[in-house]
Design a binder for this molecule. Structure first.
Ligand SMILES: NC(=O)c1ccc[n+]([C@@H]2O[C@H](COP(=O)([O-])OP(=O)(O)OC[C@H]3O[C@@H](n4cnc5c(N)ncnc54)[C@H](O)[C@@H]3O)[C@@H](O)[C@H]2O)c1
Length: 340
C-alpha cells in the first residue's frame, strides 16, 4: 500500500519502508513509536496540530518525500479508491442540514469549535463564530467564503461580548454550541493557585452558563432550541485532568443536566459531548509536579486520539434536529475511554 500524509500513523509505523524512515525521524527527535500509540489511528498530517510545533508540516513533507524516493514503485501503486462508506472515516457533509438556522459556536477560531463552525456553515447554517482570537476568526470567515459566517471577536465571560453575540445572532438562535474552554496544569488541590482556579472556572463554567442564560429566553419564546455544551472525559471521572479543570467540567455536566430537566417540554433540549483526547492546538500549561505524575499512569487507558472533525460529527448531530429525542445526555465521544 502506498503511504501518504493521509495514511495513519499506525500504517506508517507498520510499513516496512515507511516504518524504518519514520522510526529514524522519531529517534532523532528523541521520541519513540510507542509514545505515538494513542495517535495510531490519526492521519500522519494531524501530528502537526497534535504536537504543537514539535512535528512541523515540513517534517511530514520530508517523510513523504523520503518514502517516495526509497519506494518509488510502491508510491506509484495507486490502490483502487475505497467504495463509498468503507475505508477510513472521512467527513461527509449533509447538505442543507442547518439551512435556515442560526447557530452560535464559541471557541470557533481553533480545534473543535472551528471544526463545528465549519461543518455547520458548509451544511447551510448561518454561524455566529465567537472567539478571543480575532485574526484566526477572520481566517475562518475567509476559508468559508460563500457560507454565512458572522465573526464576533470577544470573551465569553464578558457581559458586553455576550450582548454583542446576541445582537449578531439577530431575532432567532436555533442552536448554541458552547465549545470554548481552557485546560489546567494537571495540578492537585494543594498545588492550585487562585489564579488557575479562577481562570479555569471563569471560562469553562461562567462563560458556558452566561451564553446559555443569554439564549434561553429567545428559545423559550420560539418554543425551540438546542444547546450543546462541551464537557470532557474530565467531566466523567477524576483521572483525566487537574482539580480545577475536572471540577469545571463536572460543573458543565451539572449545568447540562439541570437545564435539561428545567426546560423539558418547552422545546429546548440541552445535551453535552464529553471528548476524550483530541488533536487540537489546546494549550496545556507546564504540568504541576504532584498532579502530573499522579495522572500519568492513568493515561495508558486512552484508546486513541481523535481529530477535531470527529468531535464535530458528534456535536453537529446533537445540534441538529435529528437529536429530537435527546435531552440531558452526556455523550462520550472518546473512542470508548469512558467504558474502561
Ligand atoms: N483537545 C482535547 O483533547 C479536549 C478534550 C476534552 C475536552 N476538550 C474541550 O473541548 C473544547 C475545545 O477545545 P480545543 O481542544 O478545541 O481547544 P482549542 O484551544 O484548540 O480551542 C479553544 C478556543 O476557545 C477560545 N477561547 C478560550 N477562552 C475563551 C474565551 N474566554 N472567550 C472566547 N473564546 C475563548 C480559544 O481562543 C480557542 O480558539 C474545550 O472546552 C476543551 O475543554 C478538549
Amino acid at each position: 500500500m502506498a503511504l501518504s500524509a493521509s495514511s495513519t500513523v499506525g500504517e506508517w509505523i507498520d510499513h516496512p519502508v515507511g516504518g524504518r524512515i519514520f522510526g529514524a525521524v522519531l529517534e532523532q527527535a528523541g521520541a519513540s513509536a510507542e509514545a505515538l500509540a494513542p495517535a495510531r489511528n490519526l492521519p500522519l498530517g494531524q501530528l502537526v496540530t497534535l504536537s504543537n510545533g514539535q512535528f512541523p508540516a515540513e517534517m511530514v513533507d520530508g517523510l513523504v518525500a523520503a518514502y517516495r524516493a526509497e519506494a518509488p514503485e510502491d508510491a506509484e501503486d495507486d490502490a483502487p479508491a475505497a467504495a463509498p462508506g468503507t475505508g477510513p472515516w472521512v467527513e461527509q457533509i449533509i447538505p442543507g442540514r442547518f439551512t435556515g438556522q442560526t447557530v452560535i459556536v464559541t471557541g470557533a477560531a481553533s480545534g473543535i469549535g472551528r471544526a463545528v463552525a465549519s461543518r455547520v456553515a458548509r451544511e447551510g447554517g448561518r454561524v455566529v463564530a465567537v472567539d478571543l482570537a480575532k485574526e484566526k476568526l477572520d481566517e475562518l470567515v475567509e476559508a468559508l467564503s460563500g457560507a454565512e459566517v458572522v465573526a464576533v471577536a470577544g470573551d465569553i465571560t464578558s457581559s458586553e461580548s455576550v450582548e454583542e453575540i446576541l445582537r449578531a445572532a439577530g431575532d432567532r438562535v436555533d442552536a448554541l454550541a458552547n465549545v470554548a474552554g481552557i485546560m489546567d496544569d494537571m495540578g492537585a488541590v494543594h498545588e492550585l493557585t487562585d489564579a488557575t482556579w479562577e481562570r479555569v472556572m471563569r471560562v469553562n463554567v461562567d462563560g458556558t452558563m452566561r451564553l446559555m442564560r443569554a439564549v434561553v429566553p429567545g428559545m423559550l419564546a420560539a418554543r425551540s432550541g438546542r444547546i450543546v455544551n462541551v464537557a470532557s472525559e474530565a467531566g466523567l471521572r477524576g483521572s483525566a485532568a487537574g482539580a480545577a479543570y475536572t471540577a469545571s467540567k463536572h460543573a458543565v455536566v451539572g449545568l447540562t443536566k439541570s437545564s435539561a430537566v428545567m426546560y423539558a417540554g418547552t422545546g429546548i433540549q440541552v445535551n453535552a459531548v464529553a471528548p476524550g483526547g483530541v488533536a487540537t492546538g489546546i494549550r496545556v500549561p507546564a504540568q504541576a509536579e504532584f498532579g502530573g505524575a499522579r495522572l500519568g499512569k492513568f493515561m495508558g487507558n486512552i484508546p486513541g486520539v481523535a481529530t477535531a472533525e470527529h468531535l464535530a460529527a458528534s456535536i453537529t448531530f446533537l445540534l441538529s434536529r435529528d437529536a429530537v429525542n435527546l435531552n440531558g445526555a452526556i455523550v462520550a465521544s472518546d473512542g470508548g475511554w469512558s467504558a474502561v
